[in-house]
Design a protein around this ligand. Structure first.
Ligand code: GLY
Length: 397
């Protein structure tokens, strides 16, 4: 098999063509949506704005992150202006000590954190460090064994939450904020928290077959898993595809920052599983263990997985990465043909994202149930994957 770099070279013309369509589109969208924190789009293809609705929502960094990414590759100042504006829109959340959960990495590291790394802005760096401290402070230190993990959300004391704490696989994507803080401050405590969490996640989230538990409750004294929940997947024991993608990419990133081969192996296990589930039409279902009908896709899982597969391919020894980069290309090509809207008149790029496996599909239709819609992180990861193929040196992770 060809190695990853050769395959990437052979597909460069295709990736360049796709990127030129993305760039043409966002040159228009970045101006139209400059004063928004977009999530999805309305029936006219216009970005819905979270600024008033839910300013502290976990996805609100992706628009700034997308603009920083486009700026990093093109040096078009319009993207930078929009990215800076999105930071202003997010700022009240930080000032309010808002978003007290593990998603601070998603929100701040790809906005203020990217800003600092691309422009050297010291104030942006300080805010990102403050968020790293907030993430590290979520560490649940076991009392009976060494180690611990990062708590996903805060529960109400005096309720069932008194006996356990909850972690989710998604957190793997927030750990780069901690690795970065350790490198920036030359202080390994942040990275130690990240590694303890990643170790727990290998033990409790990643299953032997490479699929994942989305939500895990832990005993606080021993960190042991007390139960797992279906979360955004079909049910307990099912296989939520975006969770698999978070694991695939998240473990690869922990490998990038630590060089620990166990994380590379974990990412490979998740990747092999993901590839087996999507090979065929390369259009990811929202849950790989849900009933075959109705067919429900989640393009965001495919876009995030493509990033993880390329990352993995680049980190593996020569001739081992080819299979992973080929899988990424198959996902990106299939979704490019079936799910992408490159028309500059519409604000979204990638359609057919799904928020969660729907509790029920209402007569009003899929989009109302959060099914088959565009979601900003799908747009973000599709673009990041194409830029990874083009050798863009910057990504926020
Ligand atoms: N982090 C929540 C989700 O993936 O929907």
């Amino acid at each position: 098999m060809n190695n990853a770099e050769t395959i990437i070279r052979e597909n460069r013309a295709w990736a360049e063509e796709v990127f030129s369509k993305i760039d043409r589109k966002y040159q228009a969208v970045t101006l139209r949506s400059r004063n928004k924190l977009p999530y999805g789009v309305d029936e006219n293809g216009i970005h819905l704005d979270m600024t008033e609705r839910r300013r502290s929502w976990w996805t609100n960094g992706f628009w700034g992150g997308l603009n920083w990414l486009l700026y990093a590759y093109t040096k078009n100042e319009e993207y930078k202006t929009t990215a800076k504006r999105s930071e202003e829109l997010l700022r009240p959340v930080a000032d309010d000590f808002g978003l007290q959960n593990h998603d601070v990495g998603f929100v701040w590291h790809m906005t203020y954190g990217a800003d600092y790394r691309l422009t050297g802005d010291k104030a942006a760096k300080n805010l990102d460090l403050y968020m790293a401290a907030s993430l590290a402070s979520r560490f649940v230190l076991a009392t009976k064994v060494p180690g611990g993990f990062i708590r996903a959300w805060n529960g109400k004391r005096g309720t069932e939450w008194d006996n356990y704490d909850r972690s989710i696989i998604d957190c793997m994507m927030n750990l780069p904020l901690l690795y970065w803080a350790s490198a920036e401050l030359d202080d390994d405590r942040f990275a130690r928290v990240a590694r303890a969490h990643a170790d727990m996640s290998i033990r409790d989230h990643l299953r032997a077959d490479g699929s994942v538990n989305h939500i895990v409750d832990h005993d606080r004294e021993t960190t042991e898993m007390t139960r797992t929940l279906g979360g955004q997947g079909y049910g307990v024991g099912s296989s939520w595809s975006r969770g698999c993608a978070w694991a695939l990419y998240g473990f690869a990133l922990s490998y990038r920052h630590t060089g620990d081969a166990r994380y590379l192996e974990a990412s490979k296990r998740a990747a092999d599983y993901f590839i087996n589930c999507v090979k065929g039409d390369w259009l990811p279902r929202v849950d790989f263990r849900a009933p075959e009908e109705p067919v429900l896709y989640d393009s965001t899982a495919g876009a995030c997985a493509a990033c993880g597969l390329i990352e993995l391919a680049k980190r593996l020894p020569e001739n081992e990465g080819g299979k992973y980069v080929e899988a990424a290309l198959s996902l990106l090509r299939a979704m490019g043909e079936r799910f992408c809207d490159f028309d500059p008149a519409n604000d979204h790029l990638l359609d057919y994202g799904t928020e969660r496996y729907p509790a029920e599909l209402t007569p009003e239709g899929y989009k109302k149930a959060g099914v088959h819609m565009s979601i900003i992180y799908g747009d973000y990861y599709y673009t990041e994957a194409i830029l990874k193929l083009l050798g863009c040196e910057f990504d926020p992770w």
